[in-house]
Design a protein around this ligand. Structure first.
Ligand code: C2O
Ligand code: CU
Length: 476
C-alpha cells in the first residue's frame, strides 16, 4: 500500500487530526516567536522596523529550469527562515510570456518528498497541468513542461499540487507569479498601462514562525492561519515609490486567509483586472476583498501626494499593515488610464451541474480519489455550474482547464462584487451562499488527442483540498 493510501485510510477511519499528525514529521517547535507578535501589531505606532520589499528574480518561459529545493530566505532584516522554494527563492522567480509563446520548462525535485507543479490560471492540456497523478519522487527524474500560451493576458501563478501535500509545500514557500501579456495588455503601448519599474507583483500571504524563526506549518481543522503577513516573502515591508501611477499585480498566495485590501488614507485604488485579466471596465474601489488563489490588478495614483508621505496598504479583515508606500520623487509622472477590455459574455448554458462543498473534505459527498472521474464535460459547450455549501466555508472554488464567468450569488452576501466581473478561475463561496458560473471548455488544449483530458476542481483552501475537497473531471 502506498503511503498516501494509508494516510487517507487512517484519516477516514479516525478523523482528520490523524492526517495532520502524520504530516508533522518535519515540524520543529511549538512556540510562536515574539517576532510574530511584534510584527503583527503594526498599526502605525512608529515602533515597527520596516524592511525593503523584496522582488523575485525573473526567468525565461522557455529553456529554464525550476528546481523545488530546500533553502533559506531572508524575511527582512537578516531574519532567516528555512523554506522550500523554487530555485531556492521565496517567492519563486517570476515567469512572463506573451500569448502565442511556447513555454518549455523543466521541473527538478530536490525536496525530500514527491512534488508536481501546477500553473494556476493557465489553460493547458492534462499532461502539462501538474495533476497530482503526475507527482514524482525526488532524485534523478524530472518533469518537462511544454505548451503554447493560448489565452488572454493575466497574472497567473504556479505552485505544487501533489495530493495531500499541497498545503505544506505551498506554505513552506513554493509559489511564484506567471504573467501573460497580449496585444491589449502588453506593458508599453496597448492600453497604456504603467509598466517596467511602475508595474510590480505583490504576493501576499500569512505565516507563523517558530522559535527558530522558521516557517511553521501547523494547520488547524479550519485551515492554516499564520500570525503575520508577508509580502513577496518580506515581513513589515516598505516600498519607495515615485509621485507616479503604479500597477500592482496582486496575488493572494495564502493557504487559507482572505484579505480585505484598503489604503490607510482611504484613497481609491483603480481596479482594472482579476484572475482572468483586465476587466470589461475599470472602477475606483476603497476596498477589495481577495480569497486565497484570487488575483487583483490595481492602479494606485501617488501623483498628488507631497514628498515624504507614507501610505499603508492594509488588510481590514485582520487589521494588518501589509506594505508601506514611501512617496518621494523630483517630478510627477504617468497617467491613470480608464481601461475597457474586450469581453464576450457566455450565454445559454446547455447543461447544469450542481456541486455541494460538504464539510471540510467532500464535494457532492465524495472525498477525492485520484482514479475516479466524477463527471465528463463536452468540449465547446457552455455549461452552468452551481456551487453551494453545507457549511465550513469559506471555500474558494477553483477550476482547472478553463476560466469562467460568475453570474450570480444568492444567500450569504447575496451579491456579486466588482472584482468578480470578467473572467475568473477562483470564486469565493461563503456559508449559505449559492454561486452560479458559466463555463466553457473550448481551448484546443482541452482536447489534446491521444490522452484523457482530465482536470481538477477543488477548494483552494489548501487544507480542505488536501483533506479531499477535490474532484477529477474529463473533457471529451
Ligand atoms: Cu492553485 Cu488546483 O490550484
Ligand atoms: Cu473549502
Amino acid at each position: 500500500m502506498k503511503r498516501r493510501d494509508f494516510v487517507s485510510l487512517v484519516s477516514a477511519a479516525m478523523g482528520t487530526s490523524v492526517l495532520w499528525s502524520c504530516r508533522k514529521d518535519m515540524m520543529n517547535t511549538e512556540a510562536t516567536s515574539d517576532l510574530d507578535l511584534l510584527a503583527a501589531k503594526g498599526g502605525g505606532g512608529g515602533a515597527v522596523t520596516r524592511y525593503p520589499l523584496k522582488f523575485p528574480s525573473s526567468i525565461p518561459s522557455s529553456g529554464g529550469v525550476l528546481e523545488s529545493k530546500l533553502s533559506t530566505s531572508n524575511l527582512g532584516g537578516e531574519l532567516y527562515s528555512d523554506v522550500w522554494a523554487y530555485n531556492g527563492e521565496f517567492p519563486g522567480p517570476t515567469i512572463s510570456a506573451k500569448q502565442g509563446d511556447t513555454v518549455s520548462l523543466q521541473l527538478k525535485n530536490s525536496l525530500n518528498e514527491e512534488t508536481i507543479t501546477h500553473w494556476h490560471g493557465m489553460i493547458v492540456d492534462h499532461n502539462n497541468d501538474g495533476h497530482p497523478m503526475h507527482a514524482f519522487a525526488p532524485g534523478t527524474a524530472t518533469k518537462n513542461y511544454n505548451f503554447i500560451i493560448n489565452q488572454r493576458a493575466a497574472l497567473n501563478w504556479y505552485h505544487p499540487h501533489p495530493h495531500m501535500l499541497t498545503g505544506k509545500q505551498v506554505y513552506l514557500g513554493q509559489a511564484g507569479a506567471f504573467i501573460i501579456y497580449d496585444n491589449e495588455d502588453n506593458g508599453e503601448g496597448g492600453l497604456n498601462l504603467p509598466f517596467g519599474a511602475y508595474e510590480k507583483p505583490l504576493i501576499l500571504r500569512d505565516a507563523t514562525l517558530d522559535r527558530d524563526n522558521n516557517l511553521s506549518y501547523k494547520p488547524a481543522a479550519g485551515g492554516m492561519f499564520g500570525k503575520i503577513p508577508l509580502v513577496n516573502g518580506t515581513r513589515s515591508p516598505y516600498l519607495n515609490v515615485e509621485r507616479a501611477v503604479y500597477r500592482f499585480r496582486i496575488l493572494n498566495g495564502s493557504n487559507s486567509r482572505i484579505f480585505g485590501l484598503a489604503l490607510s488614507n482611504n484613497a481609491a485604488m483603480r481596479l482594472i483586472g482579476n484572475d482572468g485579466g483586465l476587466l470589461p471596465s475599470s472602477l475606483d474601489m476603497n476596498r477589495i476583498d481577495m480569497a486565497n488563489g484570487e488575483r487583483t490588478d490595481v492602479l494606485i495614483d501617488f501623483r498628488s501626494y507631497p514628498n515624504n508621505t507614507r501610505i499603508m496598504l492594509r488588510d481590514l479583515r485582520a487589521g494588518w499593515d501589509l506594505l508601506e508606500f514611501r512617496i518621494n520623487s523630483e517630478s510627477v509622472s504617468g497617467d491613470l488610464p480608464v481601461t475597457n477590455s474586450s469581453f464576450t459574455a457566455l450565454t445559454n448554458p446547455v447543461n447544469t451541474r450542481v456541486f455541494s462543498f460538504d464539510a471540510m473534505s467532500k464535494i457532492n459527498g465524495l472525498e477525492y480519489d485520484m482514479d475516479r472521474i466524477d463527471w465528463t464535460v463536452p468540449f465547446g459547450v457552455t455549461e452552468k455550474w452551481i456551487f453551494k455549501t453545507n457549511g465550513n466555508a469559506p471555500h474558494p472554488v477553483h477550476v482547472h482547464g478553463a476560466s469562467f464567468q460568475v453570474v450570480s450569488r444568492t444567500g450569504g452576501r447575496n451579491q456579486l462584487f466588482p472584482w468578480e466581473a470578467g473572467w475568473k478561475d477562483t470564486v469565493l463561496l461563503e456559508d449559505s451562499e449559492t454561486v452560479e458560473v458559466l463555463i466553457r471548455f473550448d481551448n484546443p488544449a482541452n482536447l489534446m488527442p491521444g490522452m484523457r483530458n482530465i482536470y481538477l476542481m477543488h477548494c483552494h483552501k489548501l487544507e480542505h483540498e488536501d483533506m479531499g475537497m477535490m474532484a477529477n473531471f474529463e473533457v471529451v
